[in-house]
Design a protein around this ligand. Structure first.
Ligand code: ZN
Length: 473
């Protein structure tokens, strides 16, 4: 069995700055990456920027700057954001990278073409620019709007290349039904099965260069057309690993892929992308990991409501790990979740300041008084924690750690080491140190900085008092 593990986030458009939904997804993917690294796996972790999109051109125009200048600026904003949020990417690929991305996506096209899965036809359809996607009338809301953007799609007619997705309908259905391609969680798997059962249509995979405003990867052998942004962007998952240029990393990592995405783009990943890979005779990713959407105070976030949460500001105000903790622990991993300032502060106080923070202070202070030596750092996760993580239930894994924190708090209150004779006091504290180190060990994928601080502090030669990890607000 291969020791490699590959994880990806969705490849974001660069028409605006990263929002809190991106950050939720990045934390989830990063937690999985760290967990598997701790299991001793060789982990590759990819993101990138989806740049060949009409949406980006429109955003640049609105700002009054050249498209390429806009793309360069925003690719940098996203790259810096990954660092700012502590996301340990090993690979990052821009869609405008003509040396490392374009040869791969063109190779993918040619493979599908060789397999007779690409053909040209004239097409009229309902197109949502926001989604960069044609819609079937039955997929629109009852008002006839795009379900993602709640705007009427435009009717567009043009001659495009199409991908023969219909050919793969039975095969994709079987792959998903049998979990050969796993979709997490069940609800999203069922949605895809129902979608396939209604019948898969071939889909357009190119645009006229004119309508794409000159931006995009040229179709091999036809300069009047550029590739449809989804065909191009999905390929970033493999060109980031060198597919089409130097394929060492591709061969090593790709077959173990777990792709973390939001529910709105499941169809592109679990159906279109799988069809493209089948056609190109490439290995399939193992898993599509789907998360829900975030609301703010129970409402959809929108500029007009003025309730958009700025993740950068949140981290400036409260620190990185409390934000990471909230999103991983208090947003259900696969369902929709909510963010409110009030709930955030409430859980900050309960779980962090009065929870793990206070527990560390209590134990460290008693240890200092008794000149206790540090303990040994464990090297294995508990079965329950492993079970949660291997089922992609990050929030349940975090809940298990919260349980251990509560139990250790209870243990100290019951045992009252401070009221016991010295020998007994030391025995109780030895157990407490062992338990707090175990908690620190399990916090590593969830709150890496806090975890590392706890592990260092309580494995020290002699344990001293500790500064509050999470000051009360
Ligand atoms: Zn849309």
């Amino acid at each position: 069995m291969s020791n490699s593990y590959y994880i990806t986030t969705a490849i974001p458009y660069v028409n605006a700055r990263p929002h809190v939904g991106h950050v939720l997804e990045w934390f989830q993917a990063d937690a999985l990456a760290r967990y598997h690294r701790l299991l001793g796996k060789d982990v590759a972790f990819t993101s990138g920027t989806d740049e060949n999109s009409l949406k980006n051109v429109q955003a640049a125009e609105k700002a009054g700057v050249e498209t390429q200048a806009w793309l360069d600026e925003y690719a940098k904003i996203f790259k810096d954001a990954f660092a700012f949020f502590g996301i340990g990417l090993t690979h990052f690929r821009r869609g405008s990278d003509q040396q490392q991305h374009w040869p791969g996506v063109q190779k993918l096209w040619l493979r599908c073409l060789e397999n007779d899965d690409i053909y040209k036809k004239t097409y009229t359809g309902l197109y949502c620019v926001g989604c960069e996607s044609f819609y079937n009338p039955e997929d629109l809301t009852k008002e006839g709007f795009c379900p993602e953007h709640l705007k009427a799609p435009e009717s567009v007619t043009e001659e495009n290349y199409f991908f023969r997705l219909s050919k793969y309908q039975a095969e994709i259905l079987k792959l998903i039904e049998s979990d050969t391609h796993q979709i997490v969680s069940q609800q999203y798997k069922n949605e895809m099965l129902r979608f396939i059962e209604r019948g898969l249509d071939d889909f357009s995979i190119s645009r006229s260069s004119e309508r794409a405003r000159g931006i995009g990867v040229p179709v091999p052998g036809d300069n009047t057309q550029v590739m449809y942004v989804w065909f191009d962007a999905l390929a970033i998952y493999i060109t980031a690993l060198g597919w089409g240029t130097d394929e060492t990393d591709f061969n090593k990592y790709w077959p173990s892929a777990v792709q973390v995405i939001g529910k709105g783009i499941n169809r592109f990943h679990s159906i279109y992308w799988i069809g493209m890979l089948l056609s190109a005779k490439l290995p399939l990713p193992k898993t599509t990991f789907v998360h829900g959407y975030l609301t703010a105070d129970g409402q959809k976030m929108s500029k007009s409501l003025g309730n958009v949460i700025d993740p950068f500001q949140l981290v400036e105000d409260h620190g990185l790990e409390p934000v990471r903790y909230y999103l991983l622990r208090h947003v259900p991993t696969h369902a929709d979740g909510d963010f409110s300032q009030e709930k955030f502060l409430e859980t900050y106080t309960a779980d962090l300041a009065n929870g793990i923070g206070n527990l560390c202070s209590r134990i460290a202070k008693l240890c200092e008084k008794n000149a206790m030596p540090g303990g040994k750092i464990p090297n294995q996760f508990s079965a329950e924690f492993d079970h949660a993580f291997s089922n992609f239930e990050i929030s349940a894994a975090a809940e298990w750690v919260s349980d251990q924190i509560r139990k250790l708090d209870g243990f100290l209150s019951e045992q009252t080491p401070w009221a016991k004779p010295l020998v007994e006091q030391k025995e109780i504290l030895t157990v407490a140190v062992e338990k707090i180190l175990n908690i620190g060990y399990h916090l590593q994928p969830l709150m890496p900085n806090t975890a590392s601080h706890i592990l260092k502090h309580f494995a020290n030669q002699e344990i001293s008092a500790i500064a509050p990890l999470f000051p009360r607000k």
